[in-house]
Ligand binder design. Structure first.
Ligand code: ADP
Ligand code: MG
Length: 356
């Protein structure tokens, strides 16, 4: 699974498995890669194996099968394990793990043991300035805000010029406003320094906002590795479809070259290989309530979200779908409505293999 691009591949995982107990892998069959300057997000629910995968890349966990390469060199395999300190991989931990007895300046310089004094000073100044911490260089971590601590952790991780930066849920200790700001700041910093990064998150909005490529993990396995756009519009499984946004599913039947459903007919996707009885994925942004319509749909719920309203609509068949409307379009609860679906992509799953 290699992103189609001409930048060199920095990180390459092939069929990686890690086991805490022999015979029951916490993650397995993980194959993905990152090119120079790419941000990859590992996305999935708690316990799916994100941290384990990140720790394997950092060298804190050995692999039980498969291999990990950094700039073409094997750093992890069953018969090879380069120790973490020799990988040139930087890490930002969830709690930042700054040294409490060192100033910001000394925290940032901590990994620069091999540099000459002048180079060291220059590099620290550069990192402090890049992360906006120059004024706070003499402070100790306890006197910094959450956002400032995160910047200090980032500056420390980036100072030794790692080939790869790893971040495990870096925003989980910040309030929502600071999180929004730090996401943009971090992305700007990664892109200006052309740093290749792997970021762990359980939040699809965060993954979509940050990532060039997203890897969705479920139960220790990689379900999909693709751009955020492909993941949203062409999820490969019902799990991915639901994990990356609101998704509803209605039954359909393939006849000739279209899919027939209660909400109209859809073009067949090129990739579908299953049987004729299908389930069609519908996103709220594809469902439109017709003006003056009087159909067999009933408005059952309404969520005001500021710029949009999400309506929940019970169809005559008993199936349920959501419709996203601009917030000026108001329909009362229990209103009878007619729906129109305009989907840019048709996503089908075989009903025989369907597990709701
Ligand atoms: P995530 O970061 O996605 O929440 P983890 O990688 O931490 O998931 O965990 C994946 C699985 O491995 C879970 O079932 C978890 O219980 C298990 N696990 C994680 N760390 C250890 C450990 N040190 N010893 C045993 N099992 C572990
Ligand atoms: Mg974790």
């Amino acid at each position: 699974m290699t992103p189609p691009d001409d930048k060199p591949i920095v990180l390459d995982l092939k069929d990686v498995a890690c086991s805490y107990e022999a015979g029951s892998p916490a993650v397995e069959g993980i194959s993905l890669s990152a090119r120079k300057g790419d941000v990859i997000c590992l996305l999935g629910p708690s316990g799916c194996g994100k941290t384990t995968t990140l720790r394997a890349i950092a060298g804190f966990e050995p692999v039980s099968s498969g291999e990990i390469r950094l700039n073409g060199t094997i750093i992890s395999a069953t018969n090879r394990h380069v120790p973490p300190e020799r990988r040139r991989v930087g890490m930002v931990f969830q709690d930042y793990a700054l040294f409490p007895h060192l100033t910001v300046r000394d925290n940032v310089g901590f990994g620069l043991t091999h540099a000459t004094t002048n180079n060291r000073r220059g590099r620290i100044d550069e990192m402090l300035s890049l992360t906006g911490l120059s004024e706070l260089a003499r402070r100790y971590p306890h006197s910094l805000s959450g956002g400032q601590q995160q910047r200090a952790a980032l500056a420390r991780a980036l100072a030794p010029q790692p080939m790869l930066l790893l971040l495990d849920e870096p925003f989980s200790n910040l309030d929502p406003d600071t999180t929004q700001r730090m996401r943009l700041e971090l992305l700007h910093l990664l892109k200006t320094t052309q740093t290749t990064a792997v970021l762990v998150t359980h939040d699809h909005e965060e993954a979509f906002a940050m990532a060039d490529y997203v890897a969705v993990l479920n139960n220790g396995k990689l379900e999909q590795f693709s751009t955020p756009e492909t993941m949203y519009h062409l999820p490969v499984s019902p799990f991915v479809a639901e994990f990356v946004g609101q998704a509803d599913f209605i039954p359909g039947t393939i006849r000739d070259s279209v899919v027939v459903t209660q909400l109209g007919t859809f073009e067949l996707p090129q990739v579908y290989r299953g049987g004729p009885e299908v389930v069609v994925m519908i996103r709220p942004d594809d469902v439109h309530i017709r003006e003056n319509g009087d159909g067999d749909g009933t408005v059952e719920s309404r969520q005001f979200r500021g710029s949009e309203i999400i309506y929940g609509i019970r169809l005559g068949s008993g199936d349920f779908v959501h419709s996203s409307e601009v917030s000026t379009r108001f329909f009362p609860l229990d209103a009878k409505v007619e729906l129109e679906v305009i989907a840019t992509h048709t996503v089908l799953f075989d009903r025989k293999a369907w597990k709701p």
